[in-house]
Design a binder for this molecule. Structure first.
Ligand code: SAH
Length: 335
């Protein structure tokens, strides 16, 4: 089987193109060669200017590929036990698991399984619940290095977190991407409850915007500043980060094109954030499925009271507990 030579900057895009053409040989391994990369192909793709070499790149070793933790544990756990397995997260090189009481005797198997599925892990931690005003989770390390600090990669940015001191939820990756796509260059954006700045970083990475973020937890503020430094070269937008209580700081601030409120559970910041939103508000909250209409009505009522006409769409973002969802109200303020 031949290989083609490409400059390494173009390797990824050409690989995609070859895959689309059905000519990429996924059974073999690409190889670095100085400033270029040799990509395995099934036949000469006939692309002008592309050097084709008559060499056989090595085959990838045949090995058993475990796709999911459940697949791995199927060999050891009963069907009944498997039903108690809970979703886990991988944050940087830390796996975070919840283990049901029914699986207490299976902790070692779960650790082994996670390490098989994610060979790069350095820490496995068990998670309790989030509590307190800063929404920090309770964790205990059950395998690996004794730390809860790591750098998580998401949406093209690096996010340093310390799970023992700050809130961070990797499952909001899709939400952050969704918002980053809605935002237009030139917008002024306010993000209270900003944590270690995941929303601000993901948006500023893609859009030329001015963001003001506010956070009360000093540890999160400090990590957020580090994250700005860590990502400085990647950001197209600017981020100003204020340490303080959103309920004291926001009244002093002007209005913004867009406000994003990752509201802490149990806090009502609706009128506070709405008062700062010029055109759009994305308001996160936890709502029982039977109360969705009421929640929407409350927002519309708030808008009406402040003399504004609003279009409100509620989107379920994730399951929080049975029948209660984390939702985002996308509020479009017209006129
Ligand atoms: N936006 C971040 C954090 C969301 S959790 C993320 O998605 O990861 C809510 C955050 O609000 C926590 O970091 C908590 O410390 C912060 N917080 C709680 N009360 C606050 C207040 N009164 N003013 C500013 N931040 C506050």
């Amino acid at each position: 089987m031949p290989a083609v030579r490409v400059p390494k900057e173009r390797a990824e895009s050409l690989k995609e193109r070859l895959k689309k053409l059905g000519l990429y040989d996924g059974k073999r391994r690409p190889r670095r060669d100085g400033d270029s990369v040799l990509l395995p192909v099934i036949e000469d793709p006939g692309i002008e200017g592309l050097e084709v070499l008559p060499i056989d790149l090595p085959l990838r070793p045949e090995r058993q590929i475990y796709v999911t933790l459940e697949d791995v544990l199927r060999e050891k756990l009963s069907e009944e036990e498997l039903r108690h397995l809970m979703r886990y997260d991988v944050i940087g090189d830390i796996a975070v698991v919840r283990i049901a009481p029914e699986l207490e005797h299976r902790v070692e198997d779960i650790i082994g399984g996670l390490r098989k599925v994610h060979p790069f892990l350095k820490v496995i931690a068990r998670k309790g619940f989030h509590s307190g005003p800063f929404r920090v989770g309770e964790y205990s390390v059950i395998w690996g290095e004794n730390r809860l600090e790591t750098v998580h990669r998401e949406n093209g940015v690096e996010i340093k977190v310390d799970l023992g001191r700050v809130f961070f939820n990797p499952r909001m990756k899709g939400e952050r991407y969704r918002l980053a796509r809605l935002v237009r260059d030139g917008e002024k954006i306010l993000i209270p409850f900003a944590g270690v700045l995941p929303y601000a970083l993901v948006i500023a990475r893609r859009k030329r915007v001015k963001i003001t973020a506010v956070e009360l937890n000093e540890e999160a503020y400090r990590l957020g500043l580090e994250n700005l430094e860590l990502n400085r070269k990647r950001l197209r937008g600017e981020v100003e980060f204020i340490h303080g209580d959103a309920f004291r700081i926001l009244p002093e601030l002007p209005t913004y094109d867009r406000v994003i409120s990752p509201t802490p559970r149990g806090v009502d910041a609706l009128s506070l954030t709405l008062s700062k939103a010029g055109r759009f508000l994305h308001y996160y909250d936890f709502v029982h499925e039977a109360k969705m209409g009421e929640f929407r009505g409350r927002i519309i009522e708030h808008c009406r009271k402040t003399g504004r006409d609003c279009d409100v769409r509620i989107k379920k973002v994730s399951d929080f507990k049975p029948h209660t969802f984390k939702v985002c109200a996308d509020v479009h303020i017209k006129g």
